[in-house]
Design a protein. Sequence first.
Length: 412
Amino acid sequence: MKVTSSEASDAASSPLAVPGVSVGTVEAGIRYPGRRDLVALSFHEGTTAAAVFTRNAFCAAPVIVAREHLKRCDFKPRLLLINTGNANAGTGEPGMDVARRSCEEAAALLGLSASEVLPFSTGVIGEDLPVDRLVAALPELIDARSPDQWEAAAHGIMTTDTRPKAGSRRFSAQGKDYVLTGIAKGAGMLRPDMATMLAFLATDAPIAADVLDSLLRRAVEASFHRITVDGDTSTNDAVVLAATGASGDSLCENADSELAHMFAQALESLCLELAQGLVRDGEGASKFVEISVSGGADEAECLDVAFTIAHSPLVKTALFAGDPNWGRVLAAIGRAGLAELDVTGVRILINESIIAENGARAAGYVESKVAELMRRDELRLGIELGRGDARAAVWTSDFSYDYVRINAEYRS
């Protein structure tokens, strides 16, 4: 029994094809000319699926329609239709009509029911999606599908991303080998609940939809729900996991089986890789930062502390400057809402170097040495609370001049 991070996870390699999945991408001119902005993932008949969506109350029309269709098709979709450049969010009933029409037109080309098509959109909020351009590109998109277009699809779902995020895992169970491949996008408006992100994963293993759902939610909680760039939650987020069963084996309906166990390992590993890839490519990011909190009374308070630090503009700008201004971290911990926090029991570390303890600067603190640590591209900020045995980690980036520029010019 083993799970391997295949060479396909290397940025220089292509993601592995998944039996039962065909992928295509074309230029539809939805917002920008000369840019791949329409992507399709089609699945073998009998494919099962699970998904998690944004918790934003202003969820986009495609999120609403995708949820409806996923239930209506009994969690057996045949096509995912993804556009970039326009979120089709904040568009009212006309936006709903557009999302449904895109599904109907794609379904007609493939001889499917509209409920077997799930729509996804990402881009500018509050603008009408030019559905006629999308529909006009559908025949070319359908013809462009092939098993080996995952890398192109990773490019096709990008918005402010500077590079594609894609990876694969091989895993085996009961003497048989399987593959899992996934792509993701997102660089800003990025935090849990979900984030401004889309992720699509598929395996050839035969796994029942309810088992997929439980395993996906567990993997998302430990990955996509533990990242943040700026603390904003998008209207369009979704993570979809499909199992084609193209391997021909019997359907796995037991979450405690060997197959489910090995698949879960692969899924959690790949989701974490993709999630961290989003943070590494955060808008204007120059640093990748792990905030690890230990010694909490429970995991919830560890996360409260970690996210309070990660969302502090003062902390994030200090990280960008390479300024060891640990007072900003200390202040964030103090306002995280922990009841009866004994500040004398808290320790703050940067890359294992103790910065503060006993409610004050650490005795061995040397500013020049810490400043040198802060100049690194990757940092680990450790917080020890001294209240219990719980621990949790989140991943974030710094705030740079480019973050402001990118978001100030987003609609230009």
